[in-house]
Design a protein around this ligand. Structure first.
Ligand code: BMP
Length: 260
């Protein structure tokens, strides 16, 4: 039986990676496969957004280098909100350099990502050394890595043999817990797919983003987590109401998949 036919709870119990276990348990507890992409420019906006969507999400996805007044107090406050609302943090850093460089970027610098982000991600364009470099920093801290096996944008180049290579590398590297992409990629190991480019109404934006529905992505394609940004906090939106709506839509799509 395919992993996409199993419940998140069962997959959590069977999983060998403590972080994946923690994530699945969280999803089951909150009845949520929703991650919010918190792409806002200030500390105050990010904290307010996290506090509003917190009750409805399993994962908060950050782009920490967007925040113009970043400091370590932001991290402390985000961690407090993660505790308060029971969610995990994913820094969408998209590392893409040689192993030695990404080690420095992940563990150090201004952001010290490995100290607070449960998940981060990378492109495998430099080859497998990037995974090894990140693993040296992240594994001892119990972190997990996602590979960008595909992207949501128009004309993206992560296709075919490149996507297959991502899957191959993911299966054999224990630091890898999943993918960014649009579907379930393999049955060789229970790797979690998180999918951005989710929208209930818009079909895209002016810069190449393309949106699909939770039903297509979760029910039909077997992806596990939907990532939603502007669909939740775009102009004039009631953020908490939208988060709840996407949470319900994502969970309904998952229940429909189980019933297939
Ligand atoms: P929005 O729902 O507002 O379009 O935001 C999508 C989010 O997902 C952004 O933070 C973007 O960086 C991220 N993302 C994406 O859109 N497509 C990808 O293939 C990978 C991403 O990380």
């Amino acid at each position: 039986v395919s992993f996409s036919q199993k419940t998140y709870a069962a997959r959590g119990q069977e999983h060998e990676h403590p972080l994946a276990k923690q994530l699945f348990a969280n999803m089951e507890r909150k009845k949520s496969n929703l991650s919010v992409a918190a792409d806002v420019a200030t500390k105050a906006e990010l904290l307010l957004l996290a506090d509003k969507v917190g009750p409805y999400i399993c994962v908060l996805k950050t782009h920490i280098d967007i925040v113009e007044d970043f400091d370590m107090d932001l991290v402390a406050q985000l961690q407090a909100l993660a505790e308060k609302h029971d969610f995990l943090i994913f820094e969408d850093r998209k590392f893409a350099d040689i192993g030695n460089t990404v080690k420095l970027q992940y563990g150090g610098g201004i952001y010290r990502i490995a100290d607070w982000a449960h998940f981060t991600n990378c492109h495998v364009i430099p080859g497998e050394g990037i995974i090894q470099g990140l693993a040296e920093v992240g594994m001892p801290k119990g972190r997990g890595l996602l590979l960008l096996a595909e992207m949501s944008s128009k004309g993206m180049l992560a296709t075919g043999a490149y996507t297959d290579k991502n899957v191959e590398m993911a299966v054999k590297n224990e630091f890898v817990v999943g993918f960014i992409g649009s579907r379930r990629f393999t049955e060789d190991r229970d790797l979690i797919t998180m999918t951005p480019g989710i929208g209930l109404h818009a079909s895209g934006d002016a810069l190449g983003q393309q949106y699909r529905t939770p039903e297509t992505i979760v029910t039909k394609n077997g992806s596990d987590i939907i990532i939603v940004g502007r669909g939740i906090y775009g102009p004039g939106k009631d953020v908490a109401a939208e988060a709840q709506r996407y949470r319900d839509a994502g969970w309904a799509a998952y229940e429909k998949r189980l019933a297939k």
